[in-house]
Design a protein around this ligand. Structure first.
Ligand code: FES
Ligand SMILES: [Fe+2]
Length: 426
């Protein structure tokens, strides 16, 4: 997996295998294509399902429905502190074991006939056990799912023998962001919603910044550097065997755009305040929040894979962990969004925004402001998706046209298509 790291110039031309031609839209509307994506991608690749902080103690668990894998899984911390994943399917007559979305338990008891499983999924109790025929409990635990952790993010893989370890999957592209202070962040706010569009249409809207000047024209467009000609051209883009990254620069004289806002160690991010003068509530929120974070993340303390071009006007990086996990990084906060397919034209968006813990009322105020501000930005991002899906389904157009700064959209199409058409395993 060769990751090219040349800065500047044409982005797409660095990846000649992607071509520059129109991209077919059939993969966005075809139920047959989606069925192949499920088989060739979602049931074989590592999928991010949560973070270790969600289940800090032995017996803590959460349940994740993965429609693209045709299953629901239980992710639990066992007595040894290890994280396990198993299908949420009883070995007896297949009832779901866990009904709640999350919880804490000593054992899992099936609510149908009372079979009991320990935190490793081993079958430990069967009412009327003597009435069964040669039942060996050791053979009938819950079906385990491959599970591993990268930087505190929990991943599962439906393939009983994944072609790549999680480390080998992540390292080539994301080794450089290991050490980002994910563990010092807490969930600032989160949303989930179902959108009537293909998962790639949803993800694509988040892996380019060409749309910022238009869709976000009244919200965060002040983060665009006017000298860039009205758009937000990337500082650089990286396309790997599976994953991709986009580093974005712009106007740091804005609350949204300034990567130092709030977590600059108590030192006022003057540029951000200066730029926020036309946005008095944003400026007030920023002022209130200064010095109210439990942790500060100086730019030079971040791992080399964050702001990898060392761009002076850097705003943030978008990292797309194939297939459906969007992770954007700044020193202040990070956004972790999953675009989970439900059907060829339906997607579950789970969005979490992580911030350092706020230590005072001013910090809480800042967080509430950002919650509303980023909610509006997210709603703007969602505003086109269902319309785009309906428009693609008309069949009026068979291909879309992509510019250089939309190289990640092009890359996603190529990776998905390569895997969908692979005859065997990856
Ligand atoms: S289905 Fe679970 S105990 Fe019978
Ligand atoms: Fe956007």
């Amino acid at each position: 997996m060769d990751v090219k790291r040349t800065v500047g110039g044409g982005l797409t031309s660095r990846y000649p295998e992607l071509g520059t031609g129109p991209v077919p839209v059939e993969p966005y509307i075809s139920p047959v294509y989606y069925a192949r994506e499920k088989a060739q991608i979602f049931k074989k690749m590592w999928l991010q399902v949560g973070r270790v902080e969600e289940i800090p103690n032995a017996g803590d668990y959460f349940v994740k429905d993965l429609a693209a894998c045709d299953t629901s899984i239980i992710v639990v911390r066992n007595k040894q502190g290890e994280i396990r994943a198993m299908h949420n399917v009883c070995s007896h007559r297949m009832n779901q074991i866990a009904y709640d979305r999350c919880g804490h338990t000593r054992k899992f008891f099936c609510k149908f006939h009372g079979w009991a499983y320990d935190l490793d999924g081993k079958l430990t109790g069967v009412p009327d056990e003597d009435c069964f025929f040669d039942l060996d409990k050791a053979d009938h635990g819950l079906t385990r799912v491959a599970c591993d952790v990268w930087q505190g993010f929990i991943f599962v893989n439906m393939d009983p023998q994944p072609a790549l370890s999680l480390e080998d999957f992540m390292k080539p592209m994301f080794g450089g962001i290991e050490g980002y202070p994910f563990d010092k962040m807490t969930v600032g706010f989160e949303w989930s919603t179902t959108v009537d569009c293909n998962w790639k249409i949803a993800l694509d809207a988040f892996q380019e910044a060409y749309h910022v000047a238009y869709v976000h024209g009244h919200s965060i467009a002040d983060a665009i550097d006017k000298a860039d000609g009205g758009s937000m051209p990337p500082l650089d883009a990286l396309c790997g065997e599976f994953h991709r990254c986009l580093s974005l620069g712009g106007n740091q004289k804005s609350v949204y755009g300034n990567p130092k806002a709030l977590t600059s160690g108590g030192e006022v991010a003057k540029e951000a305040l200066e730029g926020a003068s036309s946005r008095p509530i944003a400026a007030a929120a920023l002022r209130a929040g200064m010095g109210n974070t439990k942790h500060a993340f100086p730019l030079d303390a971040l791992p080399a894979g964050v702001n990898w071009t060392q761009g002076a006007n850097w705003l943030f990086d978008i990292n797309v962990v194939f297939p459906d996990f969007y992770l954007s990084l700044r020193p202040n906060y990070c956004q972790a969004y999953n675009f989970r397919p439900i059907a060829h034209n339906k997607t579950l968006l789970e969005a979490r925004v992580y911030y350092p813990e706020m230590t005072g009322a001013g910090g809480r105020f800042f967080l509430e402001y950002m919650k509303v501000a980023l909610r509006d930005v997210l709603l703007e991002d969602l505003s086109t998706l269902e319309r785009t899906q309906r428009a693609v389904e008309t069949g009026a157009k068979t291909h879309m046209i992509l510019q250089d700064n939309e190289v990640l959209v092009r890359h996603n199409f190529h990776v998905v298509d390569r895997l969908v058409n692979a005859s065997s395993t990856i």
